[in-house]
Design a protein around this ligand. Structure first.
Ligand code: RB5
Length: 144
């Protein structure tokens, strides 16, 4: 996926991983819209998933990344938006497949599940893997 803009957010469970991801994205010349949170105070993940989803719906960002403790809450919340195809990935292969087969436009990560190195590998796969189209395009279209 060739993207110039990515929206990112985390709840309190993913703040530190979010910072590492932002650095990696900026190193690659990607403009990052950071919707928080930025501290350890407990917050509600749906608020942050909605901010990233709206950034995509509004055309501000081409893709999004969401981090919470498990990645599960963020993926459920983000997928309530018809324009969003959010995928929870735990390793490079799942991050590649969510692009190749599902044309995922939001990557969800569980900071309490994957370490920083594996999470950054997922991010690298997510932003560098193209959608394969073909039979997968027909399936993705059925979800719209
Ligand atoms: C917060 O404690 C935790 O529930 C949240 O980060 C996430 O794992 C929810 O799915």
């Amino acid at each position: 996926m060739t993207v110039k803009t990515i929206a990112i957010a985390a709840d309190h469970g993913g703040v530190e991983l979010k910072s590492a991801i932002i650095s990696a994205l900026k190193d690659r010349g990607i403009e990052v819209f950071d919707f928080g949170t930025n501290g350890s105070e407990s917050v509600d993940y749906p608020d942050y998933a909605q901010a990233v989803a709206k950034s995509i719906v509004d055309g501000q960002s081409e893709a999004g990344i969401l981090v919470c403790g498990s990645g599960i809450g963020m993926s459920i919340a983000a997928n309530r938006f018809p324009e969003v195809r959010a995928a929870l990935a735990h390793d490079r292969l799942s991050a590649e497949l969510c692009r190749q087969h599902n044309n995922a436009n939001v990557l969800c990560l569980g900071a309490r599940i994957v370490g920083d190195a594996k999470a950054l590998d997922c991010v690298d796969a997510f932003i560098s893997t193209e959608f394969e189209g073909g039979r997968h395009a027909l399936r993705v279209a059925k979800m719209s």
